[in-house]
Design a protein around this ligand. Structure first.
Ligand SMILES: [Zn+2]
Length: 228
């Protein structure tokens, strides 16, 4: 975009840091440099014994799992996921995907051959207008230079809110909700980077892994923006 047009746009539609409210000088800005720097990053990168990888131990074979930052109740950074999921703030998804991509550069994650986002049910997709995991995948794809595939997994049902359920309940609640799309390419033997916005109990991601492993002999890496 030409500079004067960008300045004009910024004059009428100012953009502010989502965390501290400071004005930003680019229309696609999300956080100011200070807030980006102070983000409560996990620093897990591709440490195979990090707490996010350990969620999957004994459940499903995942090469490595990681998250960009910790989701802490009451933290000012909670706003990022809220904006992305409930307020239609799409650029936040791509921005967080890029941050995650920079975090995973020069790690084993960079050797993945395909990025697969956790899908939404088509009804939910229509309501929201986008899939937040796909936006994160887009940012990741840009930085890691790995293609994004949105036609591998499908979601048959959108489960109810999981916040009050235990781990087993959650697994039962999501198993059977996912399948392989009839339009999926053959990804047998490939290294897949499965992407979601948040990991809590890991039930959704576990189910997606099982579906992928049942159909294709692939190796799975998991990356999320946040871990609770
Ligand atoms: Zn800020």
């Amino acid at each position: 975009m030409v500079r004067w047009l960008q300045d004009l746009l910024m004059f009428f539609f100012p953009v502010h840091c989502l965390v501290c409210g400071k004005s930003l000088n680019t229309p696609d800005g999300v956080l100011c440099l200070g807030c980006e720097y102070r983000m409560p990053r996990t620093g897990f990168r591709d440490d195979p014994e990090n707490p996010v990888s350990m969620i999957f131990w004994g459940r499903v074979p995942v090469e490595c799992a990681t998250s960009l930052f910790r989701f802490e109740k009451g933290s000012a950074y909670q706003v990022l996921l809220h904006e992305l999921k409930y307020r239609g703030n799409r650029k936040t998804g791509v921005y967080l995907g890029r941050l995650l991509g920079h975090e995973l550069k020069d790690t084993s994650f960079a050797g993945c051959e395909l990025i697969v986002p956790v899908p939404l049910h088509r009804k939910k997709y229509r309501e929201r207008g986008y899939n937040q995991s796909e936006l994160i995948g887009r940012g990741l794809s840009e930085i890691l230079d790995i293609p994004l595939a949105t036609s591998v997994l499908v979601r048959h049902r959108q489960h109810d809110s999981q916040t009050t359920m235990g781990r087993l309940d959650r697994f039962e609640n999501v198993s059977g909700n996912f399948g392989i799309s009839s339009r999926s390419p053959d990804i047998s033997g490939m290294r897949i980077l499965l992407v979601d916005d948040v990991v809590t109990t890991g039930a959704t991601l576990e189910t997606c892994c099982r579906v992928l492993l049942d159909q294709f002999h692939c190796r799975i890496f998991v990356a999320t923006v946040s871990c609770a």
